[in-house]
Design a protein around this ligand. Structure first.
Ligand SMILES: *Cc1c(COP(=O)(O)O)cnc(C)c1O
Length: 352
């Protein structure tokens, strides 16, 4: 099989051992003679997988006591709405920091349940930076932000300081570095950026919010429904959860988030150094807000585009075309991306 350097923003690269083990499990799970995807989700085998996946999330992220971990469906996009249903309190108002397309979509969903107040936004400069120095109103039920802006290549370098309950969509940088979960009432993330195949959506929920919403919540959208049934109210996305468990085992084996963060920093610095050094390229995000997961950049000399595209194609690089709203290029360098692949891209950038 030819070696492709996959810089796709999602679904994306996973660790080789995750692909190998999950491929085996599809054919014959642990010598049971059954495929993982034909087994009952109530079987002892799958219940053990669900339990290990949930407990590894807590272990790897160092989640404090008093939080429930769930693997649900609907993607982060349903998380936008579930957030609003489950977190809306007496103010019927929620604050949103809109730093990109996903953050804006999240705020739109809140309007189905209450009112979304835009607390800060970076739309004025095509979301190329993270807003700072804004005031957070106190009459809101929660503040929502998106820690890493997958499309625009910006990332919060610190957690917003606030006394209102804090909610974060961490879809594209969860498990990429250490994070203090105790600051949050709710964290959610689609699996397919840094955890596993599409299908599962991870929720980390402070127990004290369960059952506290001021609005009636449809059964499937209520976190309590799923928390009461250990994330097994209905059939869970078994394959995505199994592969996510394997990813978490892999993170633990290689040294946890400390090691992951070190590797991610090295990869991002390698690529940003070339973008800054090479007069042909320019990063699209403000330097201090640059994402260490999604590196967005443009080629300044249009006449070199054909040559550059030919060179990276020849080097078996895939998935670096920028999102249409930013243009140029986007190299997603999630956890499982080896630095060797980043070096291949940097070598191509040096060669034109
Ligand atoms: C990809 C992405 C989403 C959308 O996730 P789905 O699981 O496809 O609904 C939401 N937020 C962020 C930050 C993302 O990167």
């Amino acid at each position: 099989m030819k070696k492709v350097h996959n810089f796709s923003a999602g679904p994306c690269i996973l660790a080789p051992t995750v692909f190998e083990k999950s491929a085996k499990a599809i054919l014959n799970y642990n010598d049971t003679g059954l495929s993982l995807i034909e087994m009952s989700h109530r079987s002892p085998e799958f219940v053990a997988i669900m339990e290990e996946a949930r407990s590894l999330v807590k272990e790897v992220l160092d989640v404090p006591a008093g939080y429930t971990v769930l693997f649900l469906q609907g993607g982060a996009s349903l998380g936008f709405l579930m957030t609003a249903y489950n977190m809306m309190g007496d103010h019927k108002k929620a604050g949103y920091i809109t730093t990109g397309a996903w953050a804006k979509k999240a705020s739109k969903e809140a309007n189905f349940v209450g009112e979304a107040v835009i607390v800060a936004s970076s739309e004025d400069k095509n979301n190329s930076y993270i807003p700072k120095g804004y005031n957070i109103p106190s009459d809101i039920d929660y503040l929502h932000y998106t820690s890493n802006n997958t499309i625009f290549g910006t990332q919060f370098k610190s957690i917003p300081e606030t006394s209102v309950p804090l909610v974060c969509d961490m879809s594209s940088d969860i498990f990429s570095k250490k994070i203090d979960i105790s600051k949050f009432d709710l964290v959610y993330a689609g699996a397919q950026k840094n955890l596993g195949p599409a299908g599962a959506t991870l929720y980390i929920i402070k127990d004290s919010i369960l059952g506290k919403s001021s609005v009636a919540i449809p059964t499937m959208l209520d976190f309590k429904t799923h928390a009461d049934k250990d994330s097994m109210f209905n059939t869970p996305p078994v394959f995505s959860i199994y592969a996510s468990m394997l990813t978490l085992q892999w993170i633990k084996e290689i040294g946890g988030l400390e090691e992951i963060e070190k590797r991610n920093n090295a990869k991002a610095e390698l690529l940003y150094n070339e973008i800054d050094r090479n007069p042909l390229f320019e990063g699209t995000a403000a330097k201090e807000d640059r994402s260490y997961m999604n590196v967005t950049f443009v080629l300044k000399d249009d006449s070199k585009k054909e040559k550059f595209d030919e060179l990276w194609n020849k080097a078996n690089i895939s998935g670096i075309k920028g999102h249409r709203s930013v243009g140029g290029y986007r190299a997603s360098i999630y956890n499982a991306m080896p630095i060797e692949s980043v070096q291949v891209l940097v070598d191509v950038m040096k060669a034109i």
